[in-house]
Design a protein around this ligand. Structure first.
Ligand code: PGA
Ligand code: ZN
Length: 428
């Protein structure tokens, strides 16, 4: 029998809610003895990495087109509640270890990473409330103070849009700002300027899953030209004020050793693709390339890092899937020099923190990230400050599930007041 304390977990209640794409996802409320409630929900990817933790779906074609999460919800309300009930919510490491052991599989496929993560995050939120602490300070301690540079995805392609662009994300990085709010303003002005420019070229300004425009363009250089022009028209200097980041999501068009860029009508080997990136980097103010090579093309990643690692950030998303073992492999093999952090790729808060910690100790840049299917939960905004990641990727300044994170960072910068500082990003 557990000794009941003020922060003991007395109830865990999960439910299925809708994500931004209109598909079910898991939300959970964790209630403590003193009445504190932590609520968390989990996002969902479209271009998911092969090595991500398992997202449990019911696969019942008669309901939600197979995408229901009733089983994951049930796992929380029964098995997980049974084992966590009575434990102190402040014991995050212990709770996450219990969750991992209860699942017992390598990729969290018995209970579902969506079930585990929702509980893990909700427990941490409830604990912060119970201690009456700012969430980022509860997780990050007194040193949590760095507001991230937003990497704003203003043109969507790949799996996130209905156009022919091979690359998934074209982001702007308004690095020359004095504070987060200013960076957000710069990025938003460029977004609206781009919109006007696209309209004047008779191109669609409907948006994709992450709020960026999804014009009917298939040419990558033409897309980059539009962005450079929008930066200039908004009154900023490309490179000096604002740079461009790409998420190629190359695993999506890799097959049997070749990269098939159908929009560009090119089939390239790893080395040819690297030459293409070098060409883009000399012609455009490129800050970073994410998933430039496929998730298991380690040889390609090493060559890419040799070729461009001194100049730009090479970000592993599908490559690392927030998994400390894969990150270790990348560090040893000198593959990539930065990592995207998505808690739902790994499935618990503690494991996310451990991966960020190793990355930072190893000189890798860290980027906290949303998923293309999101909810109104703003925890990644808080985590970016908690862990001083320096960067956040949370879409265009459009669609409320994206703006919820930006708005939370505005409030957080205000609350931290003189303790806040904006990440100074030297390129590499
Ligand atoms: P996803 O895309 O959430 O669809 O995986 C985001 C990304 O690749 O960074
Ligand atoms: Zn990515």
């Amino acid at each position: 029998m557990q000794h009941i304390q003020s922060d003991s977990i007395i109830n865990i209640k999960a439910r299925s809610i809708l994500d931004s794409r209109g598909f079910p996802t898991v939300e959970v409320d964790v209630t403590l003895q003193d009445g504190s409630i932590g609520r968390a929900s989990v996002p969902s990817g479209a271009s998911t990495g092969e090595h991500e933790a398992y997202e449990m779906r019911d696969n019942n074609a008669k309901k939600w087109l197979g995408k229901g999460v009733e089983e994951a919800v049930n796992n929380i309300n029964v098995d997980i509640y049974d084992i966590l009930g009575g434990l102190s919510a402040s014991e995050q490491l212990k709770i996450d270890a219990i969750l991992k052991n209860l699942d017992g599989t390598k990729n969290k496929s018995r209970l579902g990473a969506n079930a585990l993560l929702a509980v893990s995050l909700a427990v941490s939120k409830a604990a912060a409330k119970s201690k009456n602490m700012e969430y980022c300070r509860y997780v990050g301690g007194v040193q949590a103070h760095v507001l991230p540079v937003p990497m704003m995805n203003i043109i969507n392609g790949g799996a996130h849009a209905d156009n022919k662009l091979d690359f998934q994300e074209f982001m702007i990085v308004p690095h020359k700002a004095n504070c987060f709010q200013e960076a957000l303003r710069m990025g938003t002005e460029i977004y609206h300027t781009l919109k006007a420019n696209l309209i004047s070229h008779n191109l669609s300004v409907n948006v994709g899953d992450e709020g960026g425009f999804a014009p009917d363009i298939s040419n990558i250089k033409k897309t980059l030209d539009f962005i450079v022009q929008a930066i200039k028209d908004a009154g900023y200097l490309p490179n000096d004020d604002v740079m461009i980041a790409l998420d190629v999501a190359a695993s999506e068009f890799y097959k049997d050793g070749c990269y098939y860029l159908s929009g560009e009508q090119k089939t390239l080997t790893s080395n040819q693709l690297i030459s293409y990136y070098q060409e883009l980097c000399s012609a455009y103010p490129i800050f970073s390339i994410e998933d430039g090579m496929a998730e298991d093309d380690w040889q390609g990643w090493q060559s890419l890092t040799q070729a461009l690692g001194e100049k730009i950030k090479l970000v592993g998303d599908d490559l690392f899937v927030t998994n400390i073992e894969r990150l270790k492999q990348g560090i040893i093999q000198k593959a990539a020099n930065a990592i995207l952090i998505k808690p739902n790729q790994i499935g618990t808060l503690s494991e996310t923190l451990q991966t960020v910690n190793l990355a930072q100790r190893s000189g890798f840049n860290t980027i906290m990230s949303h998923r293309s299917g999101e909810t109104e939960d703003t925890i990644i905004a808080d985590l970016s400050v908690a862990l001083n990641t320096g960067f956040i990727k949370t879409g265009a300044p459009c669609r409320s599930e994206r703006n919820a994170k930006y708005n939370e960072l505005i409030r957080l910068e205000e609350r931290l007041a003189e303790n806040a500082s904006f990440f100074v990003c030297k390129n590499t």
